[in-house]
Design a protein around this ligand. Sequence first.
Ligand code: ZN
Length: 202
Amino acid sequence: MHYCQSCDTPVAMEPRDGHAVCPRCGRLDEAVVGPLFIVTGASCSGKTAVLAPLARRLRGRCITFDADLLLDSAGALSGGQPINWTAFLDAWLAVAHGVAQAGMPTVLLGPFIPGHLRDLPARRWTGDVRFFALDCPDDLRRARINARPPWRSRDTDEQVEFGRWLRRNIPDRFDTSNGTPEDTAAAISAWIDRHLTGTPAK
Ligand SMILES: [Zn+2]
């Protein structure tokens, strides 16, 4: 991701204390590593609905993205082949690293799990990665999926199973059954504030 601009051949630089260091010649470039907050959830958990109110609440403090924003581009880049989801998530880590240079944490809405991040090339250029899951009861998820427009996928059983997995494995959660997207945004914002408060400025 960072390649040495001094060496004669492209040497991958290493992250160290807010810098990228060339292991061959010792060149030092500034490269801030910042936190990433991932808001995950199975289909119909409320991720899309919370995007606008969450981005508004966090304005000036975090940069908020919906991972689907790059979905059409990823499809175009894959040239008719299925999207490479590993590369897709790695691209988002690279975006988060870019955002960190402006001193901002990134908040990413997308159906990711901690295991997806392991071994991604850009992972080492990202600081702490924390997960928050949006959830709803299984019956409500089934009803919400069935009520979607016909062009949306109907992988109901897989999504219910994914929702159950997240419920078992992601301790920080919010149930979107009854509240509004504003309520969801407030819960996510409070969770982020808990992690950012007391974090020393870099
Ligand atoms: Zn070098």
